[in-house]
Design a protein around this ligand. Structure first.
Ligand code: ATP
Ligand code: MN
Length: 150
């Protein structure tokens, strides 16, 4: 039923919790996982406002991509070890927009996303990325809630 899963992660605790649920979805027929991390364009815009040199911004972006790729590769190995077929993608842009774009391309049967991410503000019902993705995505979405004591 949920053969192909799209899993966007910002490397937060809530996103890590979502990964635990993906592992359990194997029993519900999950076979493939596409892991996606988006390097936030807002951070790059912030660096530009602080008049950082283009070269330094480029270095920062390359370093961020490298670290993200390594983390995603590690997660992939973990999932492959338990029998999933895994693809991982690193993009740069506005996370919600890139997630929706990858949804179009990959056509998953399910999106598994955290209710919150790294900001994780106490009284927010949803983070801004999950809010937009849930509103605009076409495929079914499973929202993994943060721990109440987070
Ligand atoms: P906000 O970003 O609005 O300050 P937040 O960080 O608490 O709030 P979101 O960013 O909406 O919450 O994160 C919710 C979920 O969206 C995360 O658990 C993750 O699954 C996904 N997500 C967020 N940012 C990214 C990203 N840069 N790349 C991939 N997935 C992301
Ligand atoms: Mn966030």
């Amino acid at each position: 039923m949920f053969k192909k899963i799209l899993y966007p992660t910002d490397f937060s605790d809530v996103a890590a919790k979502a990964l635990d649920y993906i592992k359990q979805l194997k029993e519900a027929g999950a076979q493939e996982v596409t892991i996606l991390h988006v390097i936030n364009q807002r951070i790059i815009d912030g660096l530009m406002r602080h008049a950082m040199l283009d070269r330094d911004i480029l270095n920062w972006k390359e370093k961020a991509q490298e670290i993200a790729r390594e983390s995603l590769a590690e997660m992939s190995r973990d999932l492959e070890n338990i029998g999933f077929t895994v693809k991982h993608i690193v993009r740069t842009g506005f996370p919600w927009r890139e997630i929706l774009d990858v949804e179009e391309i990959e056509n998953p049967s399910l999106i598994v996303i955290g209710s919150h991410g790294r900001t994780n503000l106490g009284d927010m019902f949803l983070g801004s990325v999950s809010d937009r993705v849930i509103r605009k995505c076409r495929r079914p979405v499973m929202v993994i809630k943060r721990d109440m004591d987070d």
